[in-house]
Design a protein around this ligand. Sequence first.
Ligand SMILES: CC(C)(COP(=O)(O)OP(=O)(O)OC[C@H]1O[C@@H](n2cnc3c(N)ncnc32)[C@H](O)[C@@H]1OP(=O)(O)O)[C@@H](O)C(=O)NCCC(=O)NCCS
Length: 381
Amino acid sequence: MDLPKGLAGVVIADTAISSTKNDMLTYAGYPITELIANNVPYEAVVFLLWHQRLPTNAELKNFRAALFAEMELAPDFLDTLKKISKIQRHPMSLLRTSVSFLGSTESKAESNATAIQAKMLMIVAMIVRLRAGKKPLKARRKLDFAGNFVYLLTGKVPSAAENDLFNKVLLLHADHEFNASTFTARVAASTNADEYSCLTAAICALKGPLHGGANEQVYLLLDGIRSSGQTVAEYLGSRLANHEKIMGFGHRIYKHGDPRAFYLHDYAKIMAQHYDQMALFNLAEAVAAYMWQTKQLKPNVDFYAAIIYHCLGVSHDIFTPIFAVSRTAGWLAHIREQKAASYLIRPSSHYTGVYDKKVPSELQLSDLTPRPFKQEGGAAL
Ligand SMILES: CC(C)(COP(=O)(O)OP(=O)(O)OC[C@H]1O[C@@H](n2cnc3c(N)ncnc32)[C@H](O)[C@@H]1OP(=O)(O)O)[C@@H](O)C(=O)NCCC(=O)NCCS
């Protein structure tokens, strides 16, 4: 085969949405460092990804209001969600089914990206609340997207500082050029499938532990070390000796460190200090130090995000759904871009089997003796 395994390093299409060139994540020309330094709200980042320009103040106000107006679920849909939430499956599976179902209930001819973005948040929040046997909450007009996100998940209105920090976490997850889930969404979009089908496909790809599912696995790893009674070196050493991957480390693109993890490290520390979780944060630091010493691997976006979500009081199986809500912005931008480009993504494979096999005559695979089709009127086809 001529291409590298897993298409590593292969550029397969043009995009104006985001870039990871020079180990820096850039959204439509704005490096994340610039967006973070200017406290750009998540809503403005969504607008940026969809329009490749930042909104004016008036546009941001209108967009925020439009998102808020969509932060509710129709009673029929909610009834189904209540039934789905009783099924003891991973919340990512429930989210996948819910988004697919939302597409089936959509009556408008054209799906509305603003509505989808808002409803993704509502679905995840509803799953959390319903599974915990708690009353679903209504979004609050005074809160921005990040503030409503924290409120709807936890029932606590975040402090200004916490709201700001969570906004930055959402910003850092909003897009990431041709990662596995976005690529999956684009493949579906290239066939001209509807947005809900493309998003459902993206959620399936995000779910796996080598992609978005890694953040949950990071928490389980840290918890596993804590309860094992082993040292970090003993615990990780035996896993590495077994050729196991340690979740939250390594990256296909960033071989010198994930720029998002640089920020998330500091946010995780702030949250851990505030929520009395420094023991967990220090354990994570020890894991990171060991991984660097032994494998020269650095933490990726999922490593410190796990600590932040844990500090917020969210159960570990909701970590990946949080990622999905944030990444919906990027998925929708890429689906739109791919549809506008209007070509089918359909690569070829290198077949490693043999050709021209014959079915052995002694095999009795069918009870049917071959018969010619008869046309109406009797003539054989
Ligand atoms: C993200 C990931 C799939 C990128 O993989 P990649 O660029 O294809 O790199 P490879 O999987 O080929 O790994 C290259 C080498 O580093 C090792 N490696 C990479 N990530 C590792 C990890 N997290 N733990 C242990 N070893 C790792 C591989 O075993 C391989 O070693 P080898 O050359 O001795 O076989 C990989 O780093 C990984 O599986 N990480 C854990 C899952 C994760 O955190 N995913 C979220 C990504 S944002």
